[in-house]
Every structure is written in structure tokens, then in C-alpha cells.
Ligand binder design. Structure first.
Ligand SMILES: Nc1ncnc2c1ncn2[C@@H]1O[C@H](COP(=O)(O)OP(=O)(O)OP(=O)(O)O)[C@@H](O)[C@H]1O
Length: 305
């Protein structure tokens, strides 16, 4: 079992008579990309503010890296972006990172250029942030959060306002971070499908309560989600899937469609390998209950309680 990076026990936040968070029990393990899903006002930012020490809890416990005391020390291992990041618009991207580096007392000067490279902004390092697109600002904000090589990265709605290409780029960047640096990530969003193909674990927050935590694999299983593939040569396709992409969990149906139940993030790889092998694809799509419907049912069920 992977190490627990973050845990809350009956964590609550009360404003006068209103509970913004109520008895939240959340667990995040090392190497996970934990998608925190909730509608506007569900309590996502409140939870993140408590975890990062920007606000005080009303009750319960926070455990970071196995410690439930001296949390400010543990929080030095966390990188965070909350809402729209505070960037100096009249400074260049490089200067923004440099200011942050000095403020946080990070001695290694090289981390600025390394970080610019990592978030794909090396070519615009000397450009003023006022000339950046929203996607570029999001990348820079991510760079700021990554400066001290945090073990745990917390991102509050980082896909807000990004176009589909920007979302894909961010997804690839975060996956790279987990793979290359073994970072653990908590990422919040009010749109479940935005975190699809990224999150390895989900937590569903509604009216301040954590309704459910579930692994991406289990969620796909519950939604019976699969890749539906139709080609002009089913048998050869199956052999290629197994041999070249190590896809083992699939079934061939009488209508000659192939359904692949794991590896939902491999549609592009499948298309590529099949076209490399000159197999014609008639259809490749993800089918099953949509994640949005799943979430609506989860909340709907709760509303009627
Ligand atoms: N300082 C405050 N005083 C009173 N109520 C607050 C305060 N901060 C947040 N709330 C309330 O707590 C609830 C949760 O807010 P929060 O910002 O955590 O939601 P959220 O899930 O991040 O929503 P969004 O997606 O809109 O950012 C909301 O009803 C909000 O109005």
C-alpha cells in the first residue's frame, strides 16, 4: 500500500450556522492524481484552504505526510495554486519565478530555467506576463507552485477557462510530473469530464460533504465505460492490441466490435498503431454511462435523502 500523503478525519468548517465542510474523511496516497469534484459552492476551495493552512478548521483533524502536528513544517512540501494565481503582470515569466524563488528562500538559481522548461515556457521566458494567454498564465502559475519541487501539488480549478487543447496540454504536463518526479496531486474541478483520463482517484464533494471516494478504474467499471472499436479486420486488430499495446482486457462481440475495458486513455495510441499496420478504423469511441450522469445520479440520490 502506497504511503498516505494527506488525510482528513471528520474535518469541518463552519461559518456562523453554515457548514462549508462537514465531517470530511479524505485519503490521498502517494503518486495519485486525486480529482476533487464538486459543483460551485460544494466546498472545494474551503477544503484546499484548510489543507494549505490559509484558513482555520472548525473541527476534525488534518494529517499531512503522516503528521498531525507542526503542520506548517509539513506544508513546506506542498505546492499550491488557488483560484487565479497572483502573477506580476508587468514582469516577465522568468522574473516572476525569480521573485518567488527568492521569497521562498530556494538557493538553487537554476530551478527557474528548469521550471520554465518543464512547463513549456522556455521560449517565452523573457516575455511580459501581461502579453500571456490564459493558458500560458496557468502554465506559469503551475511553474510557481512547482518551484520548490513539492512532494504534494494542490491545484484549485486549474482548467478553468482553458480551451480543449489547453486542457490536454495540462493533462500531459501533470502526468509527466507524476511519472518523472513521483509527485502526488490534488486537483479540483466542477466538471468531472475535464479530469477524465487524468485522475486516478476521485472524491465527490457536495454541500460540504464528501459523498464518495472511488478509484478511476472502479468508476469506469461502475459506469461500464469502454472503448468501442470497429475495424475491417477484427482478428488482426486483436493480435495487434495484445502484442503492441499490451491490452488484454477486451471482448469481441458478434457485431464484430471490440470492447476494451481498461486503458481508456489509449484511444490515440490505438488509432496510431492500427493505422501504422494499415488497418482501417470504422469507429473508435468511448461508450457507457457518462461520468457527468454518474455524478448527477450520485448527487440526485443524495438530494432526495
Ligand atoms: N468566508 C466565508 N464566509 C461565509 N461563507 C463562506 C466563506 N467562504 C466560503 N463560504 C461558503 O462556503 C461554501 C463553499 O465555498 P467554496 O468556495 O469552498 O466552494 P467551491 O466548491 O470552491 O466553489 P467554486 O467552484 O464556486 O469555487 C459556499 O457556500 C460559500 O458561499
Amino acid at each position: 500500500m502506497a504511503r498516505t500523503i494527506c488525510e482528513t478525519k471528520n474535518l469541518s468548517k463552519k461559518y456562523k450556522n453554515f457548514y462549508a465542510l462537514k465531517n470530511v474523511n479524505l485519503t490521498i496516497h502517494k503518486g495519485e492524481i486525486y480529482g476533487l469534484i464538486g459543483e460551485n459552492g460544494a466546498g472545494k476551495t474551503t477544503l484546499i484552504r484548510l489543507l494549505t493552512g490559509l484558513n482555520f478548521k472548525s473541527g476534525g483533524e488534518i494529517v499531512l505526510f503522516g503528521q498531525n502536528s507542526n503542520l506548517q513544517q509539513e506544508r513546506l512540501k506542498i505546492g499550491c495554486t488557488i483560484e487565479m494565481p497572483a502573477l506580476y503582470k508587468d514582469m516577465t515569466a522568468k522574473q516572476n519565478l525569480e521573485v518567488q524563488r527568492i521569497q521562498r528562500g530556494i538557493p538553487n538559481k537554476k530551478c527557474v530555467s528548469d521550471t520554465l522548461g518543464f512547463v513549456g515556457l522556455a521560449h517565452v521566458g523573457n516575455k511580459r506576463v501581461s502579453n500571456f494567454s490564459l493558458g500560458m498564465k496557468q502554465r506559469l502559475a503551475l511553474g510557481v507552485a512547482l518551484l520548490g519541487e513539492p512532494e504534494f501539488l494542490i491545484l484549485d480549478e486549474p482548467v478553468n477557462g482553458l480551451d480543449p487543447t489547453g486542457i490536454i496540454e495540462l493533462r500531459e504536463l501533470l502526468k509527466k510530473l507524476v511519472k518523472e518526479k513521483e509527485t502526488t496531486i490534488l486537483i479540483s474541478s466542477h466538471i468531472l469530464s475535464e479530469l477524465h483520463q487524468l485522475a486516478t482517484y476521485y472524491g465527490f464533494l457536495h454541500n460540504g460533504e464528501l459523498l464518495k471516494q472511488i478509484s478511476a478504474e472502479k468508476l469506469n467499471e461502475e459506469c461500464k465505460r469502454h472503448i468501442c472499436l470497429r475495424t475491417d479486420d477484427v482478428q488482426r486488430t486483436a493480435v495487434i492490441l495484445e502484442n503492441q499495446l499490451s491490452i488484454k482486457k477486451y471482448s469481441i462481440y458478434p457485431d464484430k466490435s471490440i470492447r476494451i475495458f481498461d486503458d481508456l486513455d489509449k484511444t490515440r495510441a490505438i488509432s496510431k498503431v492500427l493505422s501504422d499496420n494499415r488497418i482501417m478504423i470504422d469507429e473508435i469511441s468511448i461508450q457507457g454511462e457518462s461520468l457527468e450522469t454518474y455524478f448527477e445520479n450520485l448527487i440526485g440520490g443524495r438530494k432526495n435523502v
